[in-house]
Design a protein around this ligand. Sequence first.
Ligand code: KIV
Length: 263
Amino acid sequence: MKPITVPDFLLAKQSQKKISMLTAYDYTWAEIVDAASIDAILVGDTLGMVVQGHGTTLPVTLDEMIYHGKMVVRATKRALVIVDLPFLSYQVSPQQAIENAGRILKETGASAVKLEGGVSQANTIAALTAADIPVMAHVGFKPQSVRAVGTMGKIQRDEELLLEDALAAQQSGAFAIVLEMISRSIAARITETLSIPTIGIGSGPQCDGQVLVINDMLGLTDGFSPKFLKHYAQIRKTATEAIEAYGAEVKSGIYPGDEHSHR
Ligand code: KIV
């Protein structure tokens, strides 16, 4: 099985092959995602919400991203693993970004990092790519900017600014770009204009690939159902039923039965 590389992303765009990407945060789920032939695994800083229980991604630290990145890389044989640079681990200066992204690549074995921003991060993306650290950019709604924009998941509508951001990321050397919560027509225009692949989340079908948060698409997250999200399973319901059945069987003495007991 040939592992997917950063140049394969560009080849996928050139040959118009869609790219599938999912988040994963630990060994077990990364193993399942990889075995299911998903092209890329994002160790997203959404782990701040879906793993750690925070309301935003802001509290996540670099050490925590590295901790989760190591587990995911250990489980992955084929997919390209990309690890998010968390809030304030790259915004201070390009040098800070190189040091922290370098730690991610060295300590986790991941292939690339992701950061939020286009025009505002152009110098940093250029510095990282000059240091041979592949960068996936992220424009549109940027969860790390939630304090500045005031609300989660706000659709970005300024077409020219979004295009400028996407072009700046490409010109600075990003190998791919996440488009989050952008109207489908603007995402289509950006996708046609760029030579690097666009990976959409809530940005319509014309992107070169799609990414979802695994806990959301499996129906594990409680009460989160934005329009763009498709639930491919109802794991929370299945798990709840299984756990309740176990609890009831322990209380009633049905479990463990003879077949689950050593003689
Ligand atoms: O952190 C994350 O999981 C992300 C995806 C939502 C794209 O950035």
